[in-house]
Write a protein that binds this ligand. Structure first.
Ligand code: AMP
Length: 299
């Protein structure tokens, strides 16, 4: 294989400029020649306001595929009434600046009318159990919206692999189920959670936090770490839950939405902690008005 190196040692593949596309037809035309050439397509769906967590997904996709498509679309159907749809940060230029040096080939940033030309969709997704728990129970309709947009995007991009962060653990389980049960011919690739230096999971919503909220937001990851230590010492699930609830009271700006221990395999509730069930602590909490989520493997 011949790799051309420009002065300054930048591989040529990273110098091919990234393109921004907002229409489905244009994207399909562009991708058709790639499919015919037998190229693999990596896909990273996002809502923009990108940070190092998103960048890690894009980097992995670039490393594992011939061409990477990143979508940037603030999906209205996954926001409930009173949630932050209107104020969700839109930072397209900064997002492009972050992605271009990573070797991403295409940014697909469609408008709302492109993805939902019919307005409100006839088709709704309802899961038998997976959307009745955790964030699904707390945010009714959220996973319907996620499934609507991801099913559309899978059909538009037809990727070889699609990359999702384990920060949204329940989302990964739901989307793995979508892929498997509807036979989407692609691989769902879960990627590790990227954290700030102090341990706070990176999130586009962290930018809403004022300095005091930012300090207290650290509670989510430190409490998960504490739960992990206790699980390794052999404490029971109920004791972990008690500890989390008690610790929470120390933080005036935090309001716990849920803390639960679930199997990382299928989100069932383990009666006892056993490594074989891959138990995970999953937490959601409001920090001021901002709802944050995090999770951690316990054993
Ligand atoms: P979002 O833009 O919030 O919809 O996220 C787009 C993708 O990035 C999802 O697959 C998220 O799980 C993933 N993601 C967001 N934050 C992180 C993080 N801190 N670490 C790893 N992946 C993340």
């Amino acid at each position: 294989m011949l790799i051309l190196i420009f002065p300054g040692s930048i591989p040529i593949s990273h110098c091919i400029s990234m393109i921004l596309i907002d229409s489905i037809d244009e994207l399909r035309t562009k991708l058709r020649s790639e499919y015919f050439a037998g190229k693999s397509i990596g896909f990273v769906p996002t809502m923009g306001a990108l940070h190092e967590g998103h960048a890690s997904l894009a980097r992995r996709s670039v490393a594992e595929n011939d061409l990477t498509v990143v979508s940037i679309f603030v999906n209205p159907t996954q926001f409930g009434p009173g949630e932050d749809l209107d104020k969700y940060p839109r930072t397209l230029q900064a997002d492009m600046d972050l992605l271009e040096p990573l070797g991403v080939g295409i940014i697909f940033a469609p408008g709302k009318e492109t993805i939902y030309p019919e307005g409100e969709s006839q088709i709704q997704f309802s899961l038998r159990t997976l959307d009745k728990m955790l964030c699904g129970a707390k945010r009714p309709g959220h996973f319907d919206g996620v499934l609507q947009v991801v099913a559309k995007l899978f059909n538009i991009v037809q990727p070889t692999r699609a990359y999702f962060g384990l920060k949204d653990f329940q989302q990964v389980v739901v989307l793995r189920t979508l892929q498997k049960e509807l036979f989407f011919p692609l691989e769902v690739v879960p990627c590790p959670i990227i954290r700030e230096a102090d341990g706070l999971a990176m999130s586009s919503r962290n930018r809403y936090l004022n300095p005091e909220e930012r300090k207290q937001a650290l509670f989510l990851s430190t409490t998960l770490k504490k739960a992990k230590e206790m699980a390794k010492e052999g404490l029971a699930v109920s004791e972990l839950v008690e500890m989390v609830e008690a610790r929470l009271k120390e933080f005036s700006l935090i309001r716990l939405d849920y803390f639960e221990v679930r199997s990382g395999k299928d989100l069932s509730r383990p009666a006892v902690l056993r490594a074989g069930d891959e138990p995970r602590g999953l937490i959601a909490a409001f920090c001021g008005a901002t709802r944050l989520i995090d999770n951690m493997e316990l054993l």
